[in-house]
Design a protein around this ligand. Sequence first.
Ligand SMILES: Cc1cc2nc3c(=O)[nH]c(=O)nc-3n(C[C@H](O)[C@H](O)[C@H](O)COP(=O)(O)OP(=O)(O)OC[C@H]3O[C@@H](n4cnc5c(N)ncnc54)[C@H](O)[C@@H]3O)c2cc1C
Ligand SMILES: *[C@@H]1O[C@H](CO)[C@@H](O)[C@H](O)[C@H]1NC(C)=O
Ligand SMILES: *[C@@H]1O[C@H](CO)[C@@H](O)[C@H](O)[C@H]1NC(C)=O
Ligand SMILES: *[C@@H]1O[C@H](CO)[C@@H](O)[C@H](O)[C@H]1NC(C)=O
Length: 503
Amino acid sequence: MPAKALRLLLAPLLLLAVRGGGAPGPEELLRPPARIGVIGAGIGGTAAAYFLRQRFGKDVLIDVFERGEVGGRLATLNLEGQDYEAGGSILHPLNLHMKHFVKDLGLSTPQGQGGLLGIYNGDEFVYEESGWYIWNWLKLLWNYGLNPLRMYMWVEESLDKFMRIYRYQSHDYAFSTNEGLLHALGGASFMQLLNQTIEEAMQKAGFSQKFINELVIPVMRVNYGQGANVNGFVGAVSLAGADRGLWSIEGGNKLVCNGLLYASKAQLISGSVLSLEEKTRQKGRSGEPAKHYEVTYHSKSGLTTDLYDIVLIATPLQRKIANITFQNFNPPIPEFSRHYHQTVTTLVHGRLNATFFGYQDPSQFELSSIFTMENPKLFINSIGVVSPVKRTASKTALGPSVWKVFSPESLTKEELRLLFSSYDSVLEKKWLAYPRYSPPEKSPPIILHDRMYYLNGIEWTASAMEMSVIAAKNAVLLAHHRWYRKLDKVDQEGLHDRLKTEL
Ligand SMILES: Cc1cc2nc3c(=O)[nH]c(=O)nc-3n(C[C@H](O)[C@H](O)[C@H](O)COP(=O)(O)OP(=O)(O)OC[C@H]3O[C@@H](n4cnc5c(N)ncnc54)[C@H](O)[C@@H]3O)c2cc1C
Ligand SMILES: *[C@@H]1O[C@H](CO)[C@@H](O)[C@H](O)[C@H]1NC(C)=O
Ligand SMILES: *[C@@H]1O[C@H](CO)[C@@H](O)[C@H](O)[C@H]1NC(C)=O
Ligand SMILES: *[C@@H]1O[C@H](CO)[C@@H](O)[C@H](O)[C@H]1NC(C)=O
């Protein structure tokens, strides 16, 4: 294509002409921000620090506040000398931001483990995999007809649209609302997914109720601790999480957060942010007023305040989680009090009680993952064998394994005695894990104030590591464009078609 080639050749010349003879670009006119504050050092906050450094350059001071551990909901538990993922654990092969981080930070990913899955309805297994691949397919076909194949295609189609985000972001486009972001990816069909439950969405798409009850709901329960009433978008994300090729990070997923923080050359401040307030200060002798955000935080050295030009909030703004107050904002920053759902992770080193799961002959039991259907008498969402985050030379397969149980409440001694025929160590971690979804879903705003951005509203569309990174990149692009007044990169319509024809 000669025309295109010509444009390619001319492009640098055109740029030179504009730069050389013309007016200075907006970046040269406006002073760069001196200090940026990020609240939260989970995957969202640390990715934000990393992108901030890329965008705003080497001179800006970046502070990241964390009141707990770097990693947040990415955390490990140590059981008998080995670490196991206790929070966010699996990544999809098409989670491209996370993939790039792993590569850029020189981390590695161990081979995923196989294992047989069973789906338990509280009395018996409605579906059980065997070691024979073809047999599994025949069984699926027999039980659910073409539903599994159609689901695969349905998810694939949504995933295709979802992948547009990487193209938009690599061209620096940003969105000022989470709804706007989703709309740019999947148009009205994505917006509709937010307005209905996964059950309604799949019923409308012609999936059988049996398939929804026996396969879709168990996947929702393992990934989000909730059933068929989650919104259709998080439902689709959750189903994609049942795909092949899932991965995790050697040594623990939280290593990405540590790596990003280090690479960003941000300063980590161990402390709990209590409040935010806008302050106007006279700047220099000229007396030109400058607006800042005052962050008040509690750390080992007591109560401290610091001023920032831009603030990014990378934690759920929920009283039970972050409890940050916004002082003297006009109009006031609304409160986002909607619930986060509790999920309890329990690690148990022991032998499963196959009798509890309806096996007459426990020696026949070969499953390593059990998903469950909705049944009031069930006190667990799922249970499965897990490997430590550091793969040592594998021990013998015999003997007790480490099982990970997800449940809505802590397991009692009696419940543990039912689940396991014998066990020794038990460790538990309680999470306010993800939003309690209830469509029609409305996501909180990204722009809370002029230069104050909120990342975690995106969780109300779907909560996942990659979603937090997408939100981080979007917020950083948005903050940059708004600071330098490059509004032609914000909330643009028809991006998909436009970028198709762009070089
Ligand atoms: C049990 C479980 C399983 C999951 N499984 C998966 C999975 O398999 N795959 C997947 O992709 N996702 C999974 N997720 C979801 C995923 O873990 C989260 O979406 C993601 O980690 C959120 O990251 P974040 O940085 O946005 O928030 P967080 O990780 O919550 O980070 C927020 C940080 O802010 C800090 N903070 C809060 N308030 C303050 C304050 N006032 N001052 C200072 N610091 C503060 C917190 O201590 C925390 O470290 C799972 C989550 C849980 C709980
Ligand atoms: C979703 O529901 C909201 C009201 O809850 C409505 O305003 C909006 O138009 C709906 N969107 C779609 C695509 O149906
Ligand atoms: C939230 O903070 C306020 C004051 O900053 C405090 O009075 C309250 O107890 C805190 N609530 C929780 C749940 O931590
Ligand atoms: C195993 O499960 C059965 C059936 O629920 C129960 O009767 C038994 O007490 C459980 N525990 C052991 C150790 O077998």
